[in-house]
Write a protein that binds this ligand. Structure first.
Ligand SMILES: [Zn+2]
Ligand SMILES: [Zn+2]
Length: 221
């Protein structure tokens, strides 16, 4: 079995508390919870079906943004934007919440952090005609001032520059991830709803400081 977050082969460790064993990613310092391990065994273990070809894929949604950078636990190859393996067709959907919330993984300090936001619609008209305000739903942290790219439905990718990103929690208390982003570099017509603004930054180490408190194996099961 391979680590879903970095693709390294997992090792078996002894759990002193429960007297059984669990799978552990050494570079990521991440132990799998009992429930995730059972789910992965069921999907990718020795007795799992050899492959699952999905006829219908769900539309890309905020839950499954592009480029998670995750790996197939069965094959060790990178997953696509639907968290699906190009080799065996199996997917990690349904386990994303547990893997994100309960399984902090020590990041590669050299690897960029990927930020992403989905365009909901256009915002106010800006004074400067080369700047566009868009309303977005953030998939994690706010976008930062600097280079980014706009990925549309048709798959086209255009470079843009983020001028500002202001979380919009006051106006949308039930949607704390909504934000307004001012962008430069493409015309207003390029921002169709559902397109993605994506950005790569280098704060992986700080991210880890914030997430990886507590012990290696999550308790919530
Ligand atoms: Zn790992
Ligand atoms: Zn696979």
């Amino acid at each position: 079995m391979y680590c879903p977050k970095c693709g390294t082969a997992l090792v078996t460790r002894q759990d002193m508390r429960h007297g059984d064993t669990y799978l552990y990613c050494e570079p990521g310092e991440m132990g799998l919870s009992r429930s995730v391990q059972e789910a992965l065994d069921h999907r990718y273990g020795a007795n799992a079906p050899p492959s699952v070809v999905q006829q219908v894929r769900p539309a890309p949604s905020p839950t499954y943004p592009h480029e998670w950078g995750w790996y197939c636990p069965g094959c060790g190859v990178p997953l696509d934007g639907w968290l699906e393996c190009p080799r065996c067709g199996k997917h990690l959907r349904g386990l994303a919440y547990q893997l994100v919330e309960l399984h902090p993984h020590r990041p590669d300090p050299k690897a960029p952090v990927r930020l992403s936001a989905q365009v909901l619609g256009l915002g106010r008209v800006q004074e400067r005609s080369d700047q566009v305000e868009v309303r977005v739903e953030l998939h994690g942290e706010a976008l930062r001032r600097g280079p980014a790219r706009l990925r549309t439905h048709s798959g086209s990718v255009r470079p843009v520059w983020v001028i500002a990103c202001e979380p919009d929690a006051s106006q949308h208390p039930r949607h704390p991830r909504r934000a307004r982003v001012v962008v430069e570099g493409v015309p207003r017509s390029a921002f169709q709803a559902g397109a993605y603004l994506e950005q790569e930054t280098r704060s992986a180490a700080q991210d880890h400081e914030r997430q990886a408190s507590g012990e290696g194996r999550p308790d919530a099961e």
